[in-house]
Every structure is written in C-alpha cells, then in structure tokens.
Write a protein that binds this ligand. Structure first.
Ligand code: SF4
Ligand code: SF4
Length: 63
C-alpha cells in the first residue's frame, strides 16, 4: 500500500525533510520538495522534522 505525501503551500523549502528521509523519498523541487511514494515507508520522520508543519504523510488503509 503506497502512502500519500502532501506538501502544503506554507512549505518554506528549507530542505530539512529531504535531509531527514531515510529512504531518500524526497528531493528538491522548484518551490517545494518532490516525493516518491513508491519508496516512502510512512516513517513520519519528515512530518516530525518540518518546522512549519507543511508535510503530511498518510498510510493508505489496507483493504
Ligand atoms: S514518511 Fe519517512 S520515508 Fe516517507 S517521505 Fe517522510 S521521511 Fe521519507
Ligand atoms: S521540512 Fe517542511 S518546510 Fe522544510 S522543505 Fe520540508 S516540507 Fe518544506
């Protein structure tokens, strides 16, 4: 099940989430980080590190 990664407009582009992600699922985009949900394990490290609470990761419910 792939998680959903949402990065909100209040993202400042600080890059802390990119540096924190153990799976390298995030990388720099034009304004906000880009995400690859295929490698994200929904560990929530990026959510916890973000200083402006701009990133949300939700694990899709198992069916
Ligand atoms: S939840 Fe974990 S694996 Fe997924 S993007 Fe964030 S830091 Fe990376
Ligand atoms: S840590 Fe938060 S503010 Fe910084 S780049 Fe990531 S989502 Fe944006």
């Amino acid at each position: 099940m792939k998680p959903t990664i949402t990065i909100h407009g209040r993202c400042t582009g600080c890059g802390m989430c990119i540096a924190t992600c153990p799976e390298r699922a995030l990388w720099p985009g034009a304004k906000r980080p880009l995400a690859d949900v295929c490698v994200c394990t929904a560990c929530l490290a990026c959510v916890e590190i973000c200083p402006v609470d701009a990133i949300a990761v939700t694990q899709a419910a198992a069916t």
